[in-house]
Design a protein around this ligand. Structure first.
Ligand code: PLP
Length: 385
């Protein structure tokens, strides 16, 4: 017994302080979201007490009858949401989902070809000190220096040259749709597998506002907590159970993880149910509209005169990449300035950035909170999430 406030007033104060911060500031970090109360309720529940190693109906612990229902609901709902024939809802995070995907599709020493970290790729797509860069031979493709978009002829040439086992489509900082048909045909041409990491844009896909990678990819991974609006966690999908389902399941458990977080899986089930609603679709549409308004405003001549521009001139998605290379402000200064006005953003390197340590902010979309924050700016070097 005993409430959090009485047992641990210091942590209770953190929760209260963070709630206040989220209410008082405008959160523009593209990888963040506000989950519905129902998701918080499922996640903050007694399911956290349960061990359930294994999969529904095939557990290594007794007493899994209730959590089996939750996991089966999560699986069926996410399959239906994305038109997938296979789903694994156990990954604790996007990074562990990605570790399992590579574990299933490739053997250490194989070549993987992903978007370079400096050009918007994720750490798990081959960054040097990440498991992906340590275990696999990494080739990277980049964006075009003129358009800042992926040049599919250059990608094809890179794939022919590097002969990857796996080509990775997906990004942490790239403001445009990907051409999944082009990725598929390049993968087929060089005999590679295609893995799409849709962590950032999964919510847009669920809402039918972004091309769906599932029909074109061998495997698709995602986080659940970015545009999808669920608990912090990951998910792995494929068009069909065959040929990768069994390998993916054993790559997640026991390959990468022990006991699944059943409270988080229940919260995923809730999020997947809500993501199939008209209200969710409407929210994603407004998110896109908000991002477009920001991009349009930042592309105006008065902003350009200050040395600030929008990478690729706009956005197809929920994020806007602001290019500060010709601005007297570096990314840290811009982040601090916005923070002092109550707007929270995150800094990313932009491609071909000569100042990668002091790189510009990637604005999120319009999830509205309007009061300025009073707290002091702080700094930390970072990479895209
Ligand atoms: N994949 C992509 C494309 C991401 O942007 C992120 C964000 O961090 C991840 C994977 C990793 O997710 P997590 O932070 O849950 O490990």
């Amino acid at each position: 017994g005993g409430s959090l406030a009485s047992l641990d007033p210091e942590i209770a104060a953190v929760l209260e302080g963070e709630l206040g911060r989220q209410r008082e500031t405008l959160e523009m970090i593209a990888s963040e979201n506000f989950v519905p109360r129902a998701v918080l309720q499922a996640q903050g529940s007694v399911l956290t007490n349960k061990y359930a190693e294994g999969y529904p109906g095939r557990r290594y612990y007794g007493g899994c009858e209730e959590v089996d229902v939750a996991e089966n609901l999560a699986i069926e709902r996410v399959k239906s949401l994305f038109g997938a024939g296979y789903a694994n809802v156990q990954p604790h995070s996007g990074a562990t989902a990605n570790a399992a995907v590579l574990h299933a599709l490739a053997t250490p020493g194989d070549t993987i070809l992903g978007l370079s970290l400096a050009h918007g790729g994720h750490l798990t797509h081959g960054m040097k000190i990440n498991f992906s860069g340590r275990l696999y031979d990494v080739a990277a493709y980049e964006v075009d220096p003129e358009t800042y978009r992926i040049d599919y002829d250059a990608l094809r040439a890179k794939a022919i040259e590097s002969k990857p086992r796996v080509i990775i489509a997906g990004w942490s900082a790239y403001p445009r749709h990907l051409d999944f048909e082009a990725f598929r045909s390049i993968a087929d041409e060089v005999g590679a597998l295609l893995w799409t990491d849709m962590a950032h844009f999964a919510g847009l896909v669920a809402a039918g506002l972004h091309p769906n990678p599932v029909p074109h990819s061998d495997v698709v991974s995602s986080t659940v907590h970015k545009t999808l609006g669920g608990p912090r966690s990951g998910v792995i999908l494929a068009r069909d159970e065959e040929p990768w389902g069994k390998k993916l399941n054993s790559a997640v458990f026991p390959g990468q993880q022990g006991g699944p977080l059943m409270h988080v899986i229940a919260a995923k089930a809730v999020a997947f149910k809500l993501a199939a609603t008209e209200a969710f679709r409407d929210r994603q549409a407004r998110t896109l509209e908000g991002a477009r308004i920001i991009a349009d405003r930042l592309a105006q001549p008065d902003v350009a005169a200050a040395g600030v521009s929008v990478l690729t001139g706009g956005t197809d998605v929920h994020l806007v990449l602001v290019d500060l290379r010709h601005s007297p402000l570096d990314g840290q200064q811009a982040e601090d300035l916005l923070h002092s006005a109550g707007i929270t953003v995150n800094r990313n390197a932009v491609p071909f950035d000569p100042r990668p340590r002091a790189s510009p902010p990637a604005c999120g979309s319009a999830r509205r909170r309007s009061r300025p924050a009073a707290s002091a700016p702080r700094s930390s070097p970072r990479s895209p999430t």
